[in-house]
Design a protein around this ligand. Structure first.
Ligand SMILES: NC(=O)C1=CN([C@@H]2O[C@H](COP(=O)(O)OP(=O)(O)OC[C@H]3O[C@@H](n4cnc5c(N)ncnc54)[C@H](OP(=O)(O)O)[C@@H]3O)[C@@H](O)[C@H]2O)C=CC1
Length: 523
């Protein structure tokens, strides 16, 4: 019997989930509330009447990971069309190309908002949705929630917020720098939103303050002319002892960016917090355009802020870049939220086995709620393949008790290895996580499996692939080389082209894509 599957959201996670579901022969459909695909990555202007915005993307958003690592594993981004780091417009264009190439659009119902999902006895999901033609209810065998975790702004309960007479916004609604020209601005936080927004506003603002409690490592996009990820590798992440890798990464960072400004220099090590990527932020501090403050917020006052170090800031605008709440309003809350974490007490702690599926509900998969030093799209794709593998009975989930134990161990791991914060409740180490999820599909690119290929296929090519997978920039084709769902032709061609640094798709890639389009693309 064909499984009937509903996917909520047509962003990065929803599109790749749809593609995997169709490839497995499921009857799958996406319900997307907006009138377009792209999810968060589709920039939207504020509503002219209410001022509300859908996406958290601002005009200046540039992908934090580079083109060669960020594509889905079987659909490379052509360097002839895409820049080394893509802006949001280019990335949405890529998502459109992906959806067209894999014939996904006819399986997407735009303008359809999922309102409520209830699990029925026996495990099916009853879904209530609303669209222009009215509300509808349907029943599905499995449900994928792919609406991301950067939608609901997290605004801490700042004391005195109502007393502030200036403008207060969350980064979620920030779009362009123009409106802040000549203003005195305070930005709270030092995550990607804070660092991007501060860097955009600083040249035009009268004063630009950045307030951070813990400081942070700010990693440049380019190091010695290459994307910073070119200095990462599967070898460094999975073969070298982690102490050596961390030492080398810290040395490289220090060498390249110099000593961090004291107000920014964190006590924690380089990968103990989610990384923030931006090349010009430190420069803007060094030339006096941005003033960092190492303090918390004591309270808001009529004319600005009182910081916990006793400093008073007189400002016109305060932008809280304080992150987002993990929230799925259409799901039962106990299907994803941890009741109370023993290790990190945060509303963002989740009760999901492998950060995907809850032990207490069946056939529910949440794709794409991850934080990682690297790109989300290939990881969301792996989560989708893993979930589809479960539904297709390629392997079984462990027992409920085992899943709960594993969630507890993951929480312990977070508490031990990351700064305790609402930001670090879904943080993963990408290679280890990817391999764990791909292992039951026999698709993890292990050294031994790739090494064996030297004796069973063209040895020179197999050696080049092994070398590229372990020593080169971590491109996502490595996840399509083996096992269930493998597509060797496109995977090998794109891995080798990316390792070479060629400036356009290779002939082999074009040929592999042509064959996929003509024969193998999903219906
Ligand atoms: N270009 C891109 O690709 C972009 C990607 N993103 C992504 O979006 C996600 C969200 O990023 P972002 O919006 O920056 O949020 P983050 O959760 O990453 O950062 C929140 C920041 O706010 C601070 N903060 C939270 N609460 C308080 C408080 N009460 N007082 C003072 N400071 C506080 C945190 O400090 P502390 O550490 O002390 O808790 C942290 O510095 C991330 O995954 C990020 O990578 C965002 C923007 C651009």
């Amino acid at each position: 019997m064909t499984l009937k599957v509903l996917i909520v959201g047509a962003g990065v996670s929803g599109l790749t989930t749809l593609k995997e579901c169709l490839a497995a022969g499921f009857e799958a459909i996406i319900f997307e509330a907006q009138g377009h695909i792209g999810g968060q990555w589709q920039y939207t202007d504020p509503d002219p009447v209410t001022g509300e915005v859908h996406s958290s993307i601002y005009q200046g958003t540039i992908f934090n990971s580079c083109r060669d690592t960020s594509s889905f594993s079987d659909f490379p981004m052509d360097p002839a069309s895409y820049s080394v780091y893509t802006g949001h417009k280019q990335f949405v264009q890529y998502l459109h190309e992906y959806a067209t190439f894999f014939n996904l659009m006819s399986h997407i119902k735009l303008g359809t908002r999922v309102m409520k999902c209830v699990q029925l006895e026996g495990g099916k999901w009853e879904i209530t949705s609303s669209a222009e033609e009215g509300a509808k209810t349907g029943t599905y065998d499995a449900l994928f929630a792919c609406t991301g975790h950067n939608t609901t702004p997290f605004i801490p309960q700042f004391q005195g917020l109502a007393d502030f007479k200036g403008q207060f916004i969350h980064s979620h609604v920030y779009r362009t720098p123009g409106a802040f020209e000549g203003k005195k601005v305070a930005v709270i936080g030092v995550g990607s939103s804070a660092v991007d927004i501060a860097s955009e506003l600083a040249p035009q603002a009268k004063a630009l303050h950045v307030i951070t409690r813990k400081g942070g490592w700010i990693i440049p996009r380019f190091v010695f002319g290459k994307p910073v990820e070119a200095f990462d590798s599967r070898f460094a992440a999975t073969v070298l002892p982690s102490a050596i890798t961390k030492w080398a990464q810290t040395k490289l960072c220090n060498l390249f960016i110099g000593d961090l400004p004291p107000k920014l220099k964190p006590k924690h090590g380089i990968l103990k917090a989610n990384p923030t990527v931006r090349s010009d932020f430190l420069e803007k501090i060094h030339v006096g355009l941005i003033t960092p403050h190492r303090a918390g917020i004591e309270k808001f006052a009529e004319k600005g802020l009182l910081l916990t170090n006793g400093m008073e800031l007189d400002v016109d605008v305060i932008i809280a870049c304080t992150g987002y709440l993990i929230e799925f309003p259409y799901l039962p809350e106990d299907s994803y939220r941890a009741k109370k974490s023993l290790f990190i007490d945060s509303p963002n702690s989740v009760n999901l086995y492998e950060l995907v599926t809850p032990p207490n509900y069946q056939n529910l998969f949440i794709i794409g709620i991850l934080e990682l030093p690297g790109p989300l799209p290939p990881m969301a794709e792996i989560q989708a393949r893993w979930s589809v593998g479960i539904l297709a009975k390629k392997f079984n989930l462990p027992t409920r008790e085992q899943m709960s134990k594993s969630i507890e161990q993951f929480q312990q791991h977070l508490a031990k290895n990351y700064v305790h914060s609402d930001r670090h409740t879904v943080t993963i180490e990408p290679f280890q996580y990817a391999d764990r999820l791909l292992r039951p599909l026999h698709a993890n690119p292990s050294f031994s499996a790739l090494f064996r290929k030297i004796f069973t296929s063209n040895p020179f090519r197999a050696l080049s692939v092994l070398n590229a997978v372990y020593m080169s920039i971590p491109s996502s084709g490595q996840f399509r080389l083996l096992g269930e769902g493998a597509d060797q032709e496109i995977a090998v061609a794109s891995i080798l082209r990316i390792a070479k640094g060629a400036r356009e798709l290779s002939k082999e890639e074009k040929e592999a894509l042509r064959k996929m389009r003509e024969g193998a693309s999903v219906p």
